[in-house]
Design a protein around this ligand. Structure first.
Ligand code: MN
Length: 202
């Protein structure tokens, strides 16, 4: 892998008012970049460093796993958000969500509960299980659904650094703002399609 962060997919002010430019700046430049720098220090020059990031996080544990997973999780978090996001998903996603959650509003409710209810630092995810079924889960610290064979479709970072400057202790308000105005359905569609393509090819 290259020890370089992909650029943010939008300007740092683009997620306001749900997430302030200052939060995006510190989150990306200090936290996300910090994980990448520590990962390079930990594995740079080792054979492991020649692997892709997804393979590194599948093959490691302890601190190496934590750093690799946090780099992946954050890159995916930025992709999971977009300015003027949220709203109604496109038909193919709405159909899949209705199939597995009952309806789209029930999905939103379960995602908000998982994100708000995760105790301590972690992530809330929409995933696709190996069976094809969609599900909402939360994970603790750096844990990542790839390690259990699931396909991550969307994530919300619920570490305090993701919201504390903007919302202080009110994680629920941050989660509601993200779900209502920033969720990137294109990310979900892309991940669903790449899983489909991978299945047809194999
Ligand atoms: Mn974070």
């Amino acid at each position: 892998m290259k020890f370089e962060l992909p650029p943010l997919p939008y300007p740092k002010e683009a997620l306001a008012p749900a997430i302030s430019p200052r939060t995006v700046d510190i989150h990306f430049e200090k936290h996300h970049r910090g994980y990448m720098e520590k990962l390079e220090k930990a594995i740079g020059g080792k054979p492991l460093a020649n692997e892709e990031l997804e393979d590194i996080l599948r093959k490691t544990d302890g601190q190496e796993f934590n750093l690799a997973a946090q780099v992946w999780n954050h890159t995916f978090y930025w992709m999971s958000l977009r300015p003027d996001g949220g709203g109604e998903p496109p038909a193919e996603i709405a159909d899949a969500l209705s199939r597995d959650f009952g309806d789209v509003s029930q999905f939103r409710k379960e995602l908000a509960e998982a994100a708000t209810g995760e105790f301590g630092s972690g992530w809330a995810w929409l995933i696709q299980r190996d069976s094809g079924e969609l599900a909402v889960i939360s994970s603790s610290d750096a844990e990542n659904p790839l390690t259990s064979g699931a396909n991550p479709l969307l994530t919300i970072d619920v570490w305090e650094h993701a919201y504390y400057l903007d919302y202080q202790n009110d994680r629920g308000a941050y989660v509601r703002a993200v779900i209502d105005s920033l969720l990137n359905w294109d990310c979900v569609a892309q991940r669903l399609r790449s899983r489909e393509a991978g299945r047809k090819a194999s």
